[in-house]
Design a protein around this ligand. Structure first.
Ligand SMILES: Nc1ncnc2c1ncn2[C@@H]1O[C@H](COP(=O)(O)OP(=O)(O)OP(=O)(O)O)[C@@H](O)[C@H]1O
Ligand SMILES: [Mg+2]
Length: 445
């Protein structure tokens, strides 16, 4: 009996100590997260909707955990492998609990002393990875040695890995966990990785805080190696330190099905329903962050850059925050992709500018409407638009960015034409947006 009861409870840990328990009610299947008294006094709520007074609802706990898990095919595979429904987030979190986004871990042992455990590294050789990538449509990338190794959200093909200073790649356990995310492309999205590489490098080149990335080919398979901003490897002690982060859905207390502002889709009868993550909600949330003015500025630049590069898929899970006792501020940008290059994807903005979801209808009026809706000073918006546009235009029209990309490892001659097409597309869009800047102030919405 006692053993059965134990199966319905896991410890929630932070920095090697238990801060809460997560319970699944065996009759109702409702979740409960209960902070321990010490953490209630000295700690912080791991998400705004999981308040320290333990008064949050079961659905708030469910949404928090559901948001932390993989999406798409990997999620289906994870549930299938565990023999549970996708809705059973408790079991899935249990399986991935040592390596989810952020610093919180879930474990059934009494105390989480993973930091004091031995570091173990299961090396992933290039041959092994290439062999799996050759067959990934059939077998997926989730499971290695019967253990699930993809433990972040998102629908693209990915894998969490540990990479050390000698650039060995593998799966870390004990005091180690993943430090990087390898991103790949599906057959129906050729050049997605090069596209993301270009957009991320452009973002960094114009001075926007951007996740560190590298491009690499494993065999024929292009891959983006994304350095995790919520992990830091300390080689001297063979430990990986974690930093707590939450994504936009978690910050706003919304389910993962609310990652698009039009949470019910853009069908004729439901497109007016806009209960998902929106720019308006995110700007409102900025007021609760450590540095509200800087956070708003970060968000304005993020959105303007998304428009310039045609990253229509900048939804509520493609923005994250460091979220701990000291800091509530945006992380570096990630998942920046020019969607205009893919006719097979929907060309609809994840979040409206004012009331406009159509990317090609963003003019001075929509920019002014965005400013009013999100309580942004129009003069400031105009100034930031011109400033960012000038930097983007310089990087692209001078050829500086592409010259730099040519020197990056694994970049081949054929890749340059992809960069050139991207550069042209972004340049045209950016020049157009810049041409609208002067009128923003004079627009009455
Ligand atoms: N550099 C990073 N450091 C830490 N976490 C990250 C980083 N980049 C991405 N993540 C986390 O991993 C998740 C998946 O990454 P990403 O958005 O790049 O994948 P994706 O599959 O392309 O997503 P989508 O479904 O939006 O296309 C993100 O939602 C975020 O929580
Ligand atoms: Mg994403």
């Amino acid at each position: 009996m006692a053993v059965t009861k134990l199966a319905y409870q896991v410890n929630v840990n932070y920095g090697g100590k238990k801060i809460a328990s997560l319970q699944l009610n065996d009759k109702t299947h409702l979740l409960k997260l209960e902070y321990v008294p010490d953490w209630q006094q000295t700690g912080f709520a791991i998400s705004p909707s999981l308040s320290l007074d333990n008064q949050h609802s079961a659905s708030a706990v469910y949404n928090y955990l559901d948001n932390a898990l993989p999406e798409g095919e990997a999620r289906t595979l994870l549930a299938e492998n565990l023999g549970v429904s996708e809705k059973n987030v408790y079991s899935q979190v249990n399986a991935l609990g040592n390596d989810l986004s952020g610093a919180v871990t879930f474990s059934s042992s009494v105390s989480d002393d993973s930091l004091n455990q031995k570091a173990t590294l299961r090396i992933l050789t290039e041959e092994e990875l290439v062999a799996r990538l050759d067959n990934k449509e059939e077998f997926g990338l989730l499971t290695w040695d019967d253990k699930p190794r993809l433990s972040v959200a998102g629908v693209q093909d990915k894998l969490n890995v540990f990479i050390n200073d000698e650039e060995q790649i593998g799966f870390g356990d004990g005091s180690l966990c993943s430090t990087h995310i390898l991103k790949f492309e599906k057959k129906n999205c050729p050049n997605l990785v090069l596209n993301e590489f270009f957009c991320m490098k452009l973002s960094a080149a114009v001075g926007l805080p951007t996740a560190d990335i590298q491009f690499r080919r494993f065999g024929q398979h292009p891959s983006l190696i994304v350095k995790r901003f919520d992990r830091r490897y300390i080689a001297e002690s063979s430990k990986v330190m974690r930093r707590h982060v939450i994504d936009g859905c978690q910050a706003l207390g919304l389910s993962r099905y609310h990652k698009y502002e039009r949470n019910l889709g853009d069908g004729r009868d439901v497109k007016h329903i806009r209960d998902g993550v929106s720019l308006e909600k995110l700007f409102e949330f900025c007021k609760t962050m450590s540095l509200p003015v800087e956070s708003m500025q970060w968000l304005i630049n993020w959105q303007l850059f998304n428009l310039m590069i045609s990253n229509y898929d900048s939804h509520g899970k493609n923005v994250s925050l460091f979220f701990d006792k000291k800091h509530k501020r945006f992380t570096q940008a990630y998942d920046l992709v020019n969607i205009a290059m893919f006719p097979q994807f929907k060309h609809v903005l994840a979040m409206a500018m004012g009331d406009e979801f159509e990317p090609d209808h963003i003019n001075a009026y929509q920019l002014a409407d965005f400013a009013e809706t999100c309580h942004i000073n129009k003069k400031l918006l105009s100034r930031l638009l011109i400033s960012l546009a000038d930097k983007v235009i310089y990087q692209l029209s001078s050829g500086v960015l592409i010259e730099h990309l040519k020197t990056e490892p694994f970049i081949q001659q054929d890749d340059i034409s992809i960069f050139e097409a991207l550069s042209e597309n972004v340049l045209v869009k950016t020049c157009y947006l810049k041409s609208q800047a002067a009128e923003i102030e004079t627009m009455s919405v």
